[in-house]
Design a binder for this molecule. Structure first.
Ligand SMILES: CC(C)(COP(=O)(O)OP(=O)(O)OC[C@H]1O[C@@H](n2cnc3c(N)ncnc32)[C@H](O)[C@@H]1OP(=O)(O)O)[C@@H](O)C(=O)NCCC(=O)NCCS
Length: 186
């Protein structure tokens, strides 16, 4: 990562975020690789609100945050979930919902912030993720951050009636510390 990353802010979700989330989830390009029903709707705006309320009240096991650019524009969401407190790991998920922000380093910047939070504040040892094997753009981003491949999860998602493999990747706390030290020096 030689180019300077854009600044992003991760803030707690709020109910004002529902409208944007609902609109982004109607966009098939945004949701193609997300683990959600193929048709969106069936979720109504009201169901989106209920889901986000659960995230806000932390009743669904998700620690989900809104991604903002440096001018406080809301551009997407990022989360940690599937917490294994015994073994100190959790799964990361991300979507830049506003496609105008794709391919400009915002995903990378948001992930770095979330990894910092997960490792330093939640004291996790590993942050892993599952990515569909044909989501090349996302895999490229994860590799750029320093995620390494753990293996293929065969036929792990039923997408549009077809099973697709997912790649499991992870980054460890000590690897992340090395990466952030390198970034500070560059
Ligand atoms: C996957 C996703 C999060 C990646 O986010 P992104 O902001 O588009 O991607 P990145 O932050 O990695 O940006 C990297 C790209 O920006 C370019 N870039 C521009 N400025 C940059 C900078 N300052 N630093 C680094 N990269 C920069 C890079 O060259 C790279 O372009 P390339 O892919 O053409 O080589 C986003 O595409 C997305 O939300 N997709 C839909 C949902 C999804 O699939 N989520 C993942 C499910 S597992």
């Amino acid at each position: 990562m030689t180019k300077k990353l854009p600044r992003v802010i991760l803030r707690e979700l709020q109910l004002d975020d529902v409208e944007a989330r609902y609109q982004w989830c109607l966009d098939k390009e945004v949701t193609k690789h997300l683990n959600m029903p193929d048709k969106y709707p069936p979720f109504s705006k009201d169901e989106t609100r209920k889901w986000m309320e659960m995230c806000i009240n932390k009743t669904n096991g998700y620690d989900q945050k809104a991604i903002l650019d440096q001018d406080n524009n809301h551009i997407g969401w990022i989360d940690l979930k599937n917490f294994d407190n015994l073994n100190k790991h959790a799964e990361l998920g991300i979507a830049i919902g506003d496609k105008n922000y794709w391919g400009k380093g915002f995903g990378l910047a948001a992930m770095l912030e979330m990894l910092k939070y997960g490792f330093n504040e939640l004291n996790l040892n590993k942050i892993w993720l599952r990515v569909e094997i044909d989501n090349e753009k996302a895999i490229k981003s994860y590799k750029r951050i320093g995620y390494v491949e753990e293996g293929i999860l065969r036929q792990d998602r039923l997408r549009n009636g077809k099973f697709v493999d997912r790649l499991r990747m992870s980054i460890l706390k000590n690897e992340f510390l090395q990466i952030t030290q390198k970034l500070k020096k560059s």
